[in-house]
Ligand binder design. Structure first.
Ligand code: HEM
Length: 145
């Protein structure tokens, strides 16, 4: 259950989010900080070092895909579990992504947003945002149980 204030904060954050920039930054951060996540992107070409990851066009493109995926959750905030049904099946049964990694990506995205919004990312906005990402992560994990 979301308060009007939380909904407004989540929408504000999405409104300020530059997908072209934040998506690639968040995904490349996961791949650099948690290098074991690279194993799922074996078809993405050169992930040899941080510079290669940051300049990899497939990483950049997929970062935007992930944000568009998150946008679907934002537009369906009262039904995130059903919205992510197929995405959860895909990540568990087909891609076999360890669900711990969802949290890592969520945290990297929060860091990217904090760096970009700076002082306007207040603790109250962060609280709403973390709650949103927690619901997203739990919806993505659902197929695993
Ligand atoms: C594909 C969203 C986390 C690995 C996708 C797709 C979306 C998506 C929308 C495209 C699905 C399609 O083509 O139908 C998300 C969201 C995440 C998340 C919203 C969490 C917030 C992760 C994590 C990993 C991962 C943590 C691995 C560490 C992949 C891979 C693909 C994929 C390997 C297929 C990429 C390709 O070959 O094009 N994801 N994802 N995802 N995701 Fe995720």
């Amino acid at each position: 259950v979301w308060t009007e204030q939380e909904r407004a904060f989540i929408q504000e954050i999405f409104g300020k989010l530059n997908y072209e920039e934040a998506g690639p930054k968040a995904l490349s951060r996961v791949l650099i900080v948690y290098p074991w996540t690279q194993r799922y992107f074996g078809n993405f070409g050169n992930l040899y070092n941080a510079e290669a990851i940051i300049n990899n066009p497939m990483v950049a493109a997929h970062g935007k895909v992930v944000l568009r995926g998150l946008e679907r959750a934002m537009k369906n905030m009262d039904d995130i579990k059903n919205t992510y049904k197929e995405l959860s099946v895909l990540h568990s049964e087909k891609l076999r992504v360890d669900p711990d990694n969802f949290k890592l990506l969520a945290d990297c995205l929060t860091i990217v947003i904090a760096a970009s919004m700076r002082n306007s990312f207040t603790p109250e906005k962060q609280a709403a945002w973390q709650k949103f990402l927690a619901v997203v992560v739990s919806a993505l994990c659902r197929q695993y149980y």
